[in-house]
Design a protein around this ligand. Structure first.
Ligand code: MN
Ligand code: MN
Length: 317
């Protein structure tokens, strides 16, 4: 008998606007025990430099995720026939203290990763990626990184602080959590503190793909190249800052920058990760107070669904 996996509650069994607001209408559970994929929220917004509100991100993404159905209609992907998935809730962080929250998040992910599970996380601001990467690297060693963002997030410090949503990937490289020669930053653009802001990444060996190099074309060939460079064995982390996409499709975020990627390019990047050894993913920086239509959170829910579809060995129908 084939294994029975958790299934999203169908819109034909309970209206989509009813029921418990878990991600993708999946069952919830308190720990990652027995799961292949753990979905969890990290409702942090005290690491941001501009507009706040990402603390409401996980709840709003869950709310909008009711419209996501179980099968990818173009890819044929069937994540809920491939993996045992559940929503394991939110990290109980300390909204009064960023550094304590970072430690709480790291300890929480260390606990989650005691299980043989892939964490797929909803932010929260991008600061959450640092403690998550600490836990992921403690389990898997330094990982390759696919990073979608308008910003490089490699400042040495901001307002004198070493840990903010704009410093995380410099810290991650310094802490040997990443393989910088297998690090790809896609969608970077707009204005900087200096004209050399992205150079530190390149000096570490990372490949920076500015948004301008993505305009008006498919990103499938870029992803083919990235997959070849990373290889199929290396553990990979995917960190997707929603502000990598253009504010016209994702206005609900704290540091929007014009000239960003399209929604379909976002899908191409995530679909292009299929075949890699993804060991964790996040979708960060959704700020519901600036998401007046709910469409940013809806897009985020769909991007997270695509992440599930790109996890190793996800079946295709
Ligand atoms: Mn970011
Ligand atoms: Mn950003």
């Amino acid at each position: 008998m084939s294994k029975q996996y958790n299934q999203p509650l169908s819109g034909n069994d309970m209206p989509r606007f009813g029921g418990i607001a878990s991600l993708f209408r999946l069952p919830t559970q308190a720990t990652a025990e027995g799961l292949d994929v753990a979905l969890l929220g990290v409702p942090l917004d005290i690491g941001t430099s501009n507009r706040v509100g990402t603390r409401y991100g996980p709840r709003q993404i869950r709310s909008e995720s009711v419209l996501v159905r179980p099968y990818g209609m173009y890819t044929g992907a069937a994540p809920f026939d491939s993996f045992q998935v559940a929503d394991i809730g939110d990290v109980p962080l300390n909204a009064y203290n960023l550094l304590k929250s970072i430690d709480i998040i790291e300890a929480h992910y260390n606990e989650v990763l005691q299980h043989d599970v892939i964490p797929v996380s909803m932010g929260g601001d991008h600061t959450i990626a640092l403690p998550i990467l600490r836990a992921v690297a403690a389990k898997h060693g330094p990982v390759a990184l696919i990073h979608v963002d308008a910003h490089a997030d490699i400042n040495d410090e901001m307002f004198g602080e070493k840990i903010t949503h704009g410093t995380i990937f410099r810290r991650a490289i310094e802490e040997n959590l990443l393989q910088p020669r297998k690090m790809f930053q896609i969608g970077l653009r707009a204005t900087g503190y200096s004209a050399e802001d992205f150079e530190w990444s390149r000096q570490q060996g990372a490949q920076v793909v500015p948004a301008e190099e993505c305009w008006h074309k498919s990103l499938a060939p870029l992803m083919d190249t990235i997959r070849l460079k990373i290889g199929s064995e290396t553990p990979v982390y995917l960190s997707f800052d929603i502000d990598g996409l253009d504010p016209s499709v994702a206005p609900g975020t704290g540091t929007p920058e014009p000239g960003g990627l399209t929604g379909s390019q976002g899908l191409e990047i995530i679909r292009g990760c299929f075949g890699l050894n993804l060991v964790g993913c996040d979708l960060v920086e959704v700020s519901p107070p600036y998401d007046t239509t709910g469409n940013t959170a809806l897009l985020a829910a769909n991007l997270i669904f695509e992440m599930l579809c790109s996890l190793p060995a996800c079946k295709r129908r």
